[in-house]
Design a protein around this ligand. Structure first.
Ligand SMILES: Nc1nc2c(c(=O)[nH]1)N[C@H]1C(S)=C(S)[C@@H](COP(=O)(O)O)O[C@H]1N2
Ligand SMILES: [Mo]
Length: 396
């Protein structure tokens, strides 16, 4: 079981036992990508460009002041270049079958005919914050804009699998989308969930985001939503749901999207893990949104330190904030609670009374006690960043 609920003492114990070093101590780094290279794709507002083919677009920081991320601002990430640019609902179907009693095809009307479920859930790429890894790692160099908080609406995967009749010896359920590699040598993105996970109540095939149809770039007409788990499983433009009697062995399951098989999902920087497991539930995070790295604040005037926090499906119990580099902490006020999969906005008023440099930090704890380590944990793919981030400001 993955656990990153470190106290500092626990962390230091782990760190010294595996010979970890704390890198870049004291060097200020902006937690969010600069908004230098903005691009506008169909149905989208100006987003930060990582790559255009396949599209990888990051949400600018100011949207993270909001409880809900607008559809036009949600980040975009595709792995392979041939992505659907239009889908005809007259002919589009999801094929359901494999190791099942029955196989069938679902149209959009069929999906909408099933009981509708909706909830708000954070979608976050496993590589969110990867550009901050030290030493650096290859892969999409996201700042922290590969996340969003969206109200999803759709049909339960469980209801669909029940209609198909999952056979007793099934081990996984795989998901494929309409995108394909530009060359036969580029592996198609197919992901699989363990069968027990796939049958959980809250996993849906979503056809709505924030009450509207999905945008094409976010997976129109329908996508899998696995709340609490990293978005690599949230297969977009879904075309096939296949029940398997043997584990899926594709590139995107192995070697891609695996993490070190230990409680911190980490290894000493620069080394390779021995045993790995598929990435799964998100860890607990909090991010300071305001003020920003390097801001100059007036002395003696009240400012509000604010940000967001979320966990891997257990809600947020509290967020504590430090203005003195972690020596003392104060509890922030939490905003509206949209449920255990949603992020929560938090704030803390602060009136700095002395000139100088201050290091702001925020630390969230979820309802099962999972929190954030003080120092960054490293793995070679740059996944699951969740250490307590620092924002340096100057007063006066
Ligand atoms: N069909 C398909 N689904 C996909 C992917 C993809 O490349 N193809 N990428 C996954 C990854 S790694 C992420 S982070 C999310 C991104 O979702 P978004 O583009 O809606 O933000 O989609 C997931 N689903
Ligand atoms: Mo991702």
């Amino acid at each position: 079981m993955k656990s990153r609920s470190f106290s500092r003492r626990d962390f230091l114990k782990t760190a010294s036992s595996i010979g970890m070093v704390t890198a870049l101590e004291g060097i200020p780094v902006d937690l969010f990508a600069s908004e230098g290279k903005l691009v506008r794709f169909p149905e989208k507002t100006d987003l930060i460009l990582l790559t255009s083919r396949p599209p990888q677009l990051e949400t600018p920081k100011h949207f993270f002041k909001e409880l809900i991320t607008p559809n036009e601002a949600l980040f975009v990430r595709w792995h392979i270049a041939n992505i659907p640019t239009s889908v005809d609902l007259q002919t589009w179907r999801i094929k359901v079958g494999g190791n099942t009693e029955r196989s069938f095809e679902l149209s959009m009307d069929d999906l909408k005919g099933l009981p509708k479920v909706s909830y708000t859930a954070v979608i976050q790429c496993a590589g969110n914050g990867r550009s901050l890894f030290e030493p650096r790692v290859p892969g999409g160099q996201w700042g922290n804009g590969a996340m969003g908080n969206v109200t999803w609406g759709g049909a339960r995967l469980k209801d669909i699998l029940a209609k198909a009749g999952v056979k007793g010896d099934s081990v996984e359920v795989s998901f494929n989308g309409l995108d394909s590699g530009p060359l036969p040598t580029v592996p198609d993105l197919v992901k699989a969930l363990p069968v027990d996970k796939a049958l959980e109540e809250d996993i849906i095939i979503a056809y709505e985001m924030n009450g509207k149809p999905l945008t094409m770039l976010n997976g129109f007409p329908a996508r899998l939503v696995v709340p609490g788990w990293y978005a690599s499983y949230w297969v977009k433009a879904l075309s096939d749901v296949t029940v398997l009697s043997k584990p899926l062995e594709t590139f995107w399951m192995n070697p891609a999207y695996r993490i070190p098989a230990n409680p911190c999902a980490c290894v000493p920087p620069g080394t390779n893990p021995g045993k790995t497991v598929p990435i799964n539930r998100m860890d607990t995070r909090s991010l300071i949104i305001e003020p920003s790295q390097g801001n100059r604040l007036p002395m003696g005037k009240e400012v509000t330190i604010s940000g967001l926090a979320f966990s891997g499906g257990y809600g947020i119990k509290d967020v504590v904030v430090s203005v003195d580099g972690g020596k003392t902490w104060k509890e922030a006020k939490l905003g509206k609670d949209l449920g255990k999969y949603s992020w929560v906005l938090w704030s803390l008023p602060w009136r700095p009374s002395q000139k100088g440099k201050y290091t702001l930090m925020a630390r969230a704890t979820d309802s099962i006690g999972e929190s954030q380590p003080l120092d960054s944990l490293w793995n070679p793919a740059g996944y699951m960043r969740n250490n307590i981030e620092k924002v340096d400001v100057t007063v006066g």
